[in-house]
Write a protein that binds this ligand. Structure first.
Ligand SMILES: Nc1ncnc2c1ncn2[C@@H]1O[C@H](COP(=O)(O)OP(=O)(O)OP(=O)(O)O)[C@@H](O)[C@H]1O
Length: 568
């Protein structure tokens, strides 16, 4: 078996919580994000009445009104300031919460889809890449939703309101702002296209560096033994260098967009200030409906001019959030796209759980990739309940593939597999693979695997059946190393047999070359343990071992050209 090296039960346990998380539907995130953005835009627009009161008060002071008359205007400005801060804070908080709940939903969905992926699919995303997208890159969605979206709404609403307030006072000031403003979005859009492409490349580089690193760390022993450390280090360096280049490219674009915006907003404000200044000095007598600007009007226009550009500057500051956020959303949504998924199996309660299961493979066809020649085409197989069968055949004839299809680790393109009279879920099957995963933990913990209702007595019975008592005694409460360090290949296999022996619901045992790479004595012991486990259960073994095959009720030869069945 190429990659389905884990216990089918473990796969199912991983799948369950993810489905549970996805089932909790958060409240309408888009609606919450819109309300948050509106609150923040309203807060920004409150500067207009503040500026109006301030300009009018200064004008009245210049006209000789006493300071005592400034009390109520000052109170209003203060009150408006407080309301503005509150609205901004509430809007920010709401946006952040909505963004986080959207992220959680997207993550749960991606995890659910990942858990549905077939472990025999060579095209599934690398673990490092999936971890990077889920853990690191997904976080970029939060600033995109909580900062960019409100900033975009502010930028499309506040400048228009300010323009509508300036226009009745001075059409020329409004015109200056109107001409300066569109240049900003045009340049930002031009830069934005490049920014998004650069961000996407940077995220891909991050994912591939993570995937590369994890893969090479797993194969460190092989790399050392083949003296390929230097070559691997060089490759790692070149991957890191490519990530550095792409990160710098993203930063360059971010700086460029800020520079463009600052330039145009500074020009717009400066031109307005020049006009207002000369107008107040009486040098310019056009552009205002009333002939010239008075101090209050001039000040009002001057106070609003920077506020006109402020939302656009804010938008520019978070512009790169959009590029990285959209790239992260795309990565998260596409992480499990176009991959082979596990076969759909009904979880039926009608199965007779106190008996072994019969198995019927009906006219199945299967290939891993569309460009590959079929491994099975119109293939049939019938197994009686409790029957023990060996699958024989030259390497590559599809023995492991057939076991995977029966386990539901990949879907058949045609035909069906009927187990116990129905489509059974994987909970009733045990997978004894060549490369069982052993977790860092005690022997007993590795057998129980946290499954509820497994008592100490059952574990000790399972240890006896798998002839693993000696090892468990020697380790006691000391943990095994990660990946089964401390166990021999044969002992690791026995541990898998013990795991299955603890589960009373197991009705079908699928064993993929359980005696491969073992010496004759250990192979014979494993065979005995396997037969003891399979008592009263249906057993299918893919093997090249004639001694193991001879102990089965029946052997079935899989050949590429034809299927030959030999009676026992
Ligand atoms: N995950 C996979 N993706 C694509 N092709 C695969 C995959 N796993 C196996 N194959 C191909 O499918 C064919 C059948 O492989 P399979 O592992 O089922 O053979 P097998 O009879 O179990 O071989 P062996 O006795 O060497 O274990 C082979 O040609 C193999 O290259």
């Amino acid at each position: 078996m190429v990659s389905a090296f884990f216990d089918a039960r473990e796969q199912q346990q991983v799948e369950m919580p993810a489905v549970g998380v996805a089932a909790r539907k958060p409240a309408n995130t888009n609606r919450r994000l819109r309300s948050a953005a509106m609150l923040q835009a309203l807060a920004a627009a409150l500067w207009i009445p503040q500026a109006g009161i301030l300009a009018r008060s200064v004008g009245r002071l210049a006209d000789g009104v006493g300071l005592g008359d400034m009390f109520w205007p000052a109170v209003f400005i203060l009150l408006l300031g407080m309301v503005k801060s509150c609205l901004d804070a509430v809007g920010g908080r709401l946006a952040f919460r909505a963004a986080r709940s959207e992220l959680s939903e997207k993550r749960a969905n991606a995890v659910r889809l990942l858990a549905r992926l077939s472990p025999v699919d060579a095209g599934r995303p690398a673990s490092g890449e999936a971890a990077s997208v889920l853990g690191e890159q997904a976080e970029l969605i939060v600033p995109y939703l909580s900062r960019f979206r409100p900033a975009r709404m502010k930028a499309s609403f506040v400048p228009l309101v300010i323009l509508a307030c300036i226009f009745p006072i001075s059409w020329i000031a409004a015109l200056v702002l109107l001409f300066a403003a569109p240049l900003i979005p045009i340049f930002m859009a031009l830069i934005g296209w490049r920014a998004q492409a650069a961000s996407q490349k940077q995220l891909i580089a991050t994912s591939s560096l993570n995937a590369f690193l994890l893969d090479r760390l797993r194969g460190l022993a092989t790399i050392r033994s083949l003296d390929a450390v230097d070559a691997t280090a060089l490759k790692l360096r070149s991957e890191a260098e490519s990530l550095r280049t792409r990160t710098v490219a993203v930063l360059k674009i971010a700086f460029l967009s800020s520079a463009v915006l600052e330039l145009f907003s500074a020009l717009g404000v400066a031109m307005t200030a020049v006009y207002v200044g000369f107008s107040l000095l009486g040098e310019i007598r056009f552009g205002a409906w009333s002939g010239g600007l008075d101090l209050s009007q001039g000040l009002f226009v001057l106070l609003l001019a920077p506020a006109f550009f402020e939302p656009l500057r804010e938008l520019s500051a978070v512009w790169h959030d959009r590029a990285s956020g959209e790239a992260a959303l795309k990565a998260l949504d596409g992480i499990a796209a176009e991959s082979m998924t596990l076969a759909d199996r009904d979880k039926t309660g009608k199965l007779a759980v106190d008996a072994a299961f019969a198995l019927r493979v009906e006219n199945i066809s299967f290939r891993y990739r569309p460009d590959q020649s079929p491994i099975f085409e119109g293939f049939d197989l019938d197994l009686a309940a409790g029957e023990h069968v060996a699958l024989l055949g030259a390497s590559g004839t599809g023995k492991s593939t057939l076991l995977s299809l029966i386990a539901g680790l990949a879907p058949c393109s045609e035909g069906r597999i009927i187990i116990g009279g129905a489509s059974a879920d994987r909970g009733h099957m045990a997978w004894i693979g060549q490369r069982p995963h052993i977790f860092a933990g005690t022997v007993a913990g590795n057998i129980a695997l946290g499954r509820p209702g497994i008592s100490k007595t059952e574990i000790s019975k399972a240890l006896d059946l798998a002839k693993l008592g000696g090892v468990a005694k020697a380790y006691g409460h000391s943990p095994l190393g990660e990946g089964g360090i401390g166990l021999s290949g044969g002992e690791a296999l026995r541990l898998t047999i013990a795991r299955a022996a603890c589960d009373p619901d197991i009705r079908i045992i699928l064993a993929d070359e359980p005696t491969a790479h073992l010496d004759a004595e250990t192979a014979a012991e494993i065979t005995e343990s396997l037969l003891a486990l399979a008592e009263g259960r249906t057993l299918i073994v893919a093997t090249h071992d004639p001694l193991l095959a001879a102990r089965m009720h029946r052997t079935i030869r899989l050949d590429t050209e034809h299927l030959q069945e030999a009676a026992e």
